[in-house]
Design a protein around this ligand. Sequence first.
Ligand code: PLP
Ligand code: ZN
Length: 454
Amino acid sequence: MRKKFVLRCVLCGAEIDGFGPWFEAGQRCPECGSDRADVVYRTTPAKVRDLFRRPANGLPGMWRYFDVLPVNDRKNIVTAGEGLVPIDRWEFLEEYARRRFQIRCQVFAHRQDDNYATGTFKDLSGSIVSSVLKENGIQNFVASSTGNTAVAYARYLTAAGISFYAFIPKNASLTQAAEIGCFGQNVFRVKGDYTLTKEIAMAFARKHKMPLAGGNFDPMRIEAKKTMMLEWIRLLGKFPTVYIQALSGGTGPMAIAKGCRDLAPVGLGGRMPRFILSQSSRCAPMAAAWAEAKKKKYPEGWEKTYPIYHNPRTGIATLAAGFPKTYPVLAPLVRESGGEILSFDEDATPLIARLVAFERSVRIGPAAAIGLGGFFEALKRGLLRNGDRVLINIGEGIRRAPEFLITMFQEKAEVATVDACRLFDRRGHRADIWNELEKRVMNGKTAPASRRGR
Ligand SMILES: Cc1ncc(COP(=O)(O)O)c(C=O)c1O
Ligand SMILES: [Zn+2]
């Protein structure tokens, strides 16, 4: 069968004949050893345009984009229907931008919070990675994870019949370990921090010659997240002008940029949105580097200067990337897009999540709350404009973070008699939430009177 794609090394331009030689070289370019490669598809513009037309090819979820996904044979697809999630219009945010800042924009939430396997956008990578491994006859896979990625991989690898060795730090929750182990996969809880966990996983993979889950440049992960952008075209018909996401290593924005490059010759896609990327205030090395570079007006080599935080004290494990290895690639991309890297107060995440739960009856996890916090931060800093179409990636739901759910819960009334049970006014609660947002996040006094008791 003629292969439908090749990998092209980003550094030396070498053409790599699919994932076979890529895995053989330890997930690197066999010529120069770089860990960055783009998947290049042998398809035609007409065929790509067809992907967005109905009826689809009959494959579930994001696999409707099979022609531009890195699997050759349909029989290798491992899927749980992930990726077919809605993009909702969140008018309550549009209304807020209009009333408070006189900005007229549209706001969309890409609802990755309810994906099948883990309730996060990690399902996309879980499905692609497992399918690629299956197609290449790989029987064992190793990953280090703060817990979340491993949960997604465990589920999909099990479906692919692949053995999985997950390394998680001992302080990751026992539930996380159980989520992996319940599939009959292997979990090692490492007595130490995440840095040690990664080291041991790497040494284990080397010792047993097994592939290790790649980093943020992993072409399998990039191709998976690229499908988010394909969904924008299908569901919105138009590109957003602003893309907001919580930021850890930046695979999301890099994948979107890759998708834009792919689609430009096809006449779809269009301009890359302005990337507004939000880090937790307790682990914001990229935001700190960015602020410094901006202050100095981006001097020569600015993108190579960044701090490294060892064992950052954030409670959001999925965003605890203290060593921002991808910054030299990501930051110029953000600059090219006209965007911004900023940080959002981690302590305000339960408030953001309560706001969304109240206004939309959607429950988001802490990393998604950092992302959404980026919207408010962007408004505050004057980064949004009239006419913007803002898309916020709600990358996770609450399912992954039950302990965060508890921080969202405020009324803890205990009663022993009927008379002790007070009535409540939900509208008053709305004013309370918005007022608290005003005070804690927007640093104003209280919400404008016009919004009270809506
Ligand atoms: C919900 C959520 N948002 C954002 C991110 C960050 O993704 P990226 O790798 O694009 O920085 C993650 C995971 O790392 C996540 O789980
Ligand atoms: Zn190379």
